[in-house]
Write a protein that binds this ligand. Structure first.
Ligand code: UTP
Length: 224
């Protein structure tokens, strides 16, 4: 299977969690051993948000704020890349073309952000589109997608599955803002819906969830 794994910065890097990163490295090695092709996209987490905050205070514009966050996400991606060693390409992929190239060479692709004005969800969706991925797994800080934002609604109910169209209704914002945290970025949803790429949102604090999804087990929320 060709898989894009989007790891939330809110999961592995808020604060930086070496133990969790180690577990993801193990999961990626397992998937590779099972014969899957994998591209991993890591977000910037609280480090990126901290920089965005400082950049805002310094009156830097949105694009500059985004660029700083992208730089952080790439450093985090580099951590994974270094730990995975020869299973990866030589460096963090900074374009979709580069990602495709590494994947076709049989390497695990590791990347962070791409360019200002988007999120790493959109990066994952664009890569998934280009390589015609079978599945996108997003490891987030919730058990999956809820009928409303669980951070502000204690009565929110986790959904086992839903349609892309319904997901678009659940999301609060459809305008890009540096650092905005949503379960899945609406821009990414548009691409994934158009390409009919299956998405599973899982609790990223349990990396074994990714293996379960690939085995076809029902965890998290399936969006299709
Ligand atoms: P994300 O919000 O995608 O990463 O990127 P995250 O930390 O993993 O998010 P969670 O854990 O899902 O919440 C962080 C910020 O980096 C900038 C945006 O400002 C984004 O909000 N970014 C990221 C870009 O500008 N372009 C990119 O391609 C990626």
């Amino acid at each position: 299977m060709r898989i894009v794994l989007r790891i939330g910065g809110s999961v592995v890097a808020s604060p930086l969690n070496p133990d969790l990163i180690r577990q993801y490295v193990h999961v990626l090695k397992m998937l590779k051993k099972q014969g899957h092709e994998i591209a991993v996209v890591v977000g910037g987490g609280s480090l990126a948000r901290e920089l965005i905050k400082v950049a805002k205070e310094l009156k830097l514009d949105e694009a500059d704020q985004d660029e700083l966050a992208i730089a952080i996400s790439r450093v985090l991606a580099q951590l994974l890349l270094k730990k995975l060693g020869r299973l990866c390409g030589k460096s963090v992929a900074t374009t979709v073309g580069e990602a495709t190239e590494w994947l076709h060479k049989g390497k695990i692709v590791v990347m962070g952000g791409l360019r200002p004005g988007m999120t790493t969800d959109a990066v994952a969706a664009l890569v998934a589109e280009r390589v015609k991925a079978d599945l996108l797994v997003k490891g987030t800080d919730q058990e999956g997608v809820y009928d409303k934002d669980p951070r502000s609604h204690p009565d929110a109910v986790k959904l086992d599955s839903l349609k892309f169209t319904d997901l678009q209704g659940v999301l609060a914002e459809d305008q890009h803002k540096a650092g905005l945290h949503q379960i899945l970025d609406p821009e990414a949803v548009k691409v994934l819906k158009r390409q009919r790429i299956k998405v599973v949102v899982v609790n990223g604090f349990k990396p074994e969830n990714v293996l379960a999804v690939v085995r076809g087990e029902r965890v998290g929320t399936l969006v299709s």
